[in-house]
Design a protein around this ligand. Structure first.
Ligand code: SAM
Length: 317
């Protein structure tokens, strides 16, 4: 389906929980989330119905995210049901990786084709700091389990944070030599409450090309990342610049939160509820949400914060 600016909307990011087993400083508050009532969240039946309605409107790619999708008890069954929806061609899942040693093989078998695994540092102390509680070894074990479980095209997502991990850009990019994975550096976004990072933390993607002059540019692949490759690497380095060089003109996505709100734009406060609706009503609500998608997300910077009135764990990154 085309939106009002001629963009073809084919990609749904579906958050299945706000809960997480980590507490990344830029993503959620230290004390986690105020747990919503069960009846405020989409049921599994409603979630699958929403995927069916979105697919009927032309959604072809589904990303399951959160919160941490792997803390959801029925995640494998949900992925299996999503994979069976007519029209859905690709199911991707974004995770912090720590539960993949148990779940990588069942997810693959259920029909998940791609994994994005978040990893902001290769230093165990810094990992514990940024996640407020996590163990680097568990995230690394998750990446290894995903590789062993038959996932190819794994992407490592690294949020670029000035003064925190800009000194690790070469080491993180070098993961594309150590494993057959892509590494994506993503600019830190100034969300509603994304920690107490100062202006120096919001560095542009060019910090990566400055740190790695040996990066060879690659042709665009239709994604929002600017692509490069290190000599002798097995995967690409991608740079995603929502803050310094937005890509709203190519945005092909809508989001649905775990409590059933459609977000036509990540950084807009607009939310349209599908909770409690039947299939036909969901279809019409998703259609009108696509038609209300704004042209761009507006200025974003340390001082011009996102208009989304939620943290990333409550939206689905
Ligand atoms: N728990 C999963 C994970 O860690 O990947 C999935 C949810 S998390 C919200 C999805 C992605 O959003 C992660 O790659 C995370 O780094 C990114 N993210 C969260 N807050 C962000 C922010 N303020 N700026 C940029 N990326 C952010």
């Amino acid at each position: 389906m085309l939106d009002n600016y001629g963009r073809s909307i084919t990609y749904l990011r579906l958050s299945v929980t706000e809960l997480c087993n980590l507490r990344c400083r830029y993503c959620m508050p230290e004390d986690g989330v105020c747990k919503k009532r069960h009846d405020e969240m989409l049921t599994q039946e409603e979630t699958v119905m929403a995927i069916r309605a979105a697919a009927a409107l032309g959604i072809r790619k589904l990303r399951i995210t959160g919160g941490e999708p792997l803390v959801k008890g029925n995640i494998v069954e949900l992925c299996r049901q999503a994979a069976a929806v007519e029209g859905i061609e690709e199911i991707c899942l974004t995770t912090n990786g720590t539960l993949l040693p148990k779940l990588a093989a069942p997810l693959r078998e259920a029909g998940v084709s791609r994994l994005n695994i978040s990893l902001d540092t290769l230093d165990a102390d810094k990992f514990r700091y940024i996640t407020r509680c996590g163990e680097l070894s568990e995230a690394v074990a998750g990446i290894e389990a995903a590789l062993a479980g038959g996932f190819d095209k794994i992407k490592i997502n690294t949020v670029l944070i000035g003064g925190f991990n800009d000194d690790e850009i070469p080491a993180l990019a070098d993961l594309t030599r150590r494993w057959p994975v892509d590494v994506r550096f993503i600019e830190l976004m100034p969300m509603y409450d994304s920690g107490d990072f100062g202006p120096e933390a919001f560095i542009p993607y060019t910090a990566v090309t400055d740190a790695l002059p040996e990066l060879v540019p690659l042709p665009a692949d239709g994604s929002v990342a600017k692509l490069y490759r290190l000599p002798d690497a097995q995967g690409d380095v991608g740079l995603i610049s929502p803050v310094s060089a937005h890509f709203c003109a190519e945005c092909n996505r809508i989001r649905i939160t775990a409590d059933g709100k459609i977000k036509p734009c990540l950084h807009s406060s607009d939310e349209i509820s599908i909770k409690g609706q039947d299939f036909d009503a969901m279809l019409e609500t998703i259609r009108s949400a696509i038609l209300s998608k704004p042209r761009w997300h507006g200025e974003l910077s340390y001082s011009a914060r996102s208009h989304a009135n939620r943290n990333m764990n409550q939206i689905g990154g």
